[in-house]
Write a protein that binds this ligand. Structure first.
Ligand code: HEC
Ligand code: HEC
Length: 264
């Protein structure tokens, strides 16, 4: 399939450039929203320019999953701007492509972004809350309370399907959430530090360590700076978390999202 997309690219681009006399600006939404020809051209462009990092299905490799941004509340304009400007301090490049090509890519990625509604009708939410308080809350915040080593999970069921959540819990290292890459190093005074990278440039790195302190370091002062593919989240196999506990937990997480949206 990717080969076919590559072969079809020149023709699609041609179609795109003749069918694009519209004035395409970064304001006022995507002129190609739902336009099938443009979306096909966008798919081909995505395949050559973005797939190496974001995956052919846009579900993420070294770059993050892009199919969840709309469910998380982003806008077409914002996605356009991120693609055009890139993200400084990361490998996400800027793009000098014409606006219409960027809009075609936005239309394509948005087309992939249908998150199936979260369904978990079984399980006991109250028991799930107990499991959460016992095992998860020291690293994860919900409703403003809990730890910060991992992401806030209050609205996680809005942006992740049940299957993806199960995968994140049973096998956290299979895909590590953006902004939570694990790093280890030894400081000048010989302390060994493990944590998640919050930001980084050529000279310095900011890390939340396993004791939850946000600390900045000069790279020149560090030894054995190592990026680790493994998540800092422990693996919860069925020996540590039974299927029924997991079911209760997911039911509980599903209730948070409802309480949160009622509160708005
Ligand atoms: C060399 C790898 C690489 C390439 C090529 C790349 N990206 Fe990225 N992209 C990343 C990384 C890494 C991030 C996360 C950066 C961060 O937040 O620190 C990112 C972030 C993004 C984001 C923001 C995601 C969010 O949740 O806010 C969008 C949108 C995006 N990329 C779209 C694209 C598109 C479209 C292309 C192709 C035109 C592309 N990227 C090409 C690596 C890449
Ligand atoms: C020692 C700290 C720690 C504990 C304990 C922990 N987590 Fe995590 N968790 C993390 C970190 C760090 C990440 C981010 C890296 C990653 O995606 O694996 C994470 C990621 C996640 C994600 C993925 C979030 C996303 O944006 O995709 C889910 C879901 C999750 N944890 C659920 C749980 C649940 C449920 C428990 C309790 C059974 C738990 N975690 C226990 C540290 C922890």
């Amino acid at each position: 399939m990717p080969d076919m997309a590559r072969l079809a690219l020149p023709r699609l681009l041609l179609i795109l450039s003749i069918s694009a006399p519209l004035s395409v600006s970064a304001q006022g939404g995507n002129p190609y929203e739902g336009d099938r020809t443009a979306m096909r051209a966008g798919a081909a462009l995505f395949g050559t320019r973005c797939a190496e990092c974001h995956g052919a299905d846009a579900k993420g490799i070294s770059g993050p999953d892009l199919t969840l941004m709309w469910a998380a509340g982003t806008s077409d304009d914002r996605v356009f701007q991120v693609i055009q400007r890139g993200i400084s301090g990361s490998i996400m490049p800027s793009s000098s492509a014409p606006d219409r090509e960027i809009w075609a890519i936005v239309a394509h990625v948005k087309g992939l972004s249908t998150v199936s509604p979260f369904e978990n009708d079984t399980g006991d939410a109250e028991r799930g809350q107990e499991v959460f308080s016992g095992t998860c809350v020291r690293c994860h915040t919900v409703n403003g309370r809990g730890g910060h080593l991992g992401p806030d999970l209050t609205r996680i069921t809005v942006v992740r399907s049940r299957d993806m959540l199960i995968r994140s819990i049973r096998d956290p290292s299979a895909s590590v959430a953006a902004g939570y890459r694990t790093v280890t190093f030894v400081t000048q005074d010989g302390q060994r530090v493990r944590g998640v990278t919050k930001s980084e440039d050529v000279f310095s790195i900011q890390v939340v360590d396993t004791r939850e302190r946000l600390q900045g370091y000069l790279k020149a002062d560090l030894q054995e700076l190592t990026r680790v593919d493994r998540s800092l989240m422990p693996q919860f196999g069925s020996d540590r978390l039974s299927d029924s506990d997991l079911d209760d937990l997911l039911r509980y997480l599903g209730t948070l999202r409802d309480a949160d949206s009622n509160g708005r």
